[in-house]
Design a protein around this ligand. Sequence first.
Ligand SMILES: C[S@@+](CC[C@H](N)C(=O)[O-])C[C@H]1O[C@@H](n2cnc3c(N)ncnc32)[C@H](O)[C@@H]1O
Length: 231
Amino acid sequence: MRRPTLLDLLFTMAAACATTPTVPAGADPAINAPFRDAALDVKVWTDRFEGESREVYRAREAIVAAIGLEPGMVVADVGTGTGLFVKYFSERVGPTGRVVAVDIAETFLALVRERAAAAGLTNVETRLGTTDSAQIPAGSVDVAFVCDTYHHFETPTTMLASLQSALRSGGRLIIVDYHRIPGKTSEFLMGHVRANRETVISEIEAAGFVRLQGPPAPFLDENYLVVFERP
Ligand SMILES: C[S@@+](CC[C@H](N)C(=O)[O-])C[C@H]1O[C@@H](n2cnc3c(N)ncnc32)[C@H](O)[C@@H]1O
């Protein structure tokens, strides 16, 4: 039998790559360590998440207007944090709809409940997720909104499976996340965000979602917005 040549080895490696499904590496758990801290200071994080220096904060109303929420819909805000989007979602889906605010940090969820009660929002509920699952009943959600959180998923494969289960057939998954462009993106974000837009899209497609033509998002520059459908 002849010895394998370099070409044979390269061919074998290429064939293996072509048949191996994409199993995305997750975020380093250290990225979520501040949120797991029971002593998490909600004032500090509210100032950080809801300040003019943050693009998604400045563009919050444009983002909400662009994603096609309608009265009566159920929208899950996965990785709700301080609940920046909750009030706007609540207004859009109205009294016949529901906002399900999900986070792995109970302290954030308590804040979201407190803010919803203070604002008289009766269509908001909270759900404690895990790093593996959004803990949302199957087929109960029209839109899953994931802002600045996909890159915090420690186990993207299981999170995507849980979001796929949570969405009704034809439901949409909306991802807003930071670009990761060498030479353009800040050094901090290059280290903080594990994957660029193209990688994120390919991971989500590999999980069985179908990419849709998203709305134009001229209000975003540091971030992108992509839309998928649960077939
Ligand atoms: C950077 S914050 C974004 C908060 C909010 N979406 C915003 O844009 O203001 C990321 C949030 O995701 C939460 N998180 C991380 N992994 C999560 C997971 N697997 N499921 C739900 N929430 C998660 C964190 O606790 C944190 O509140």
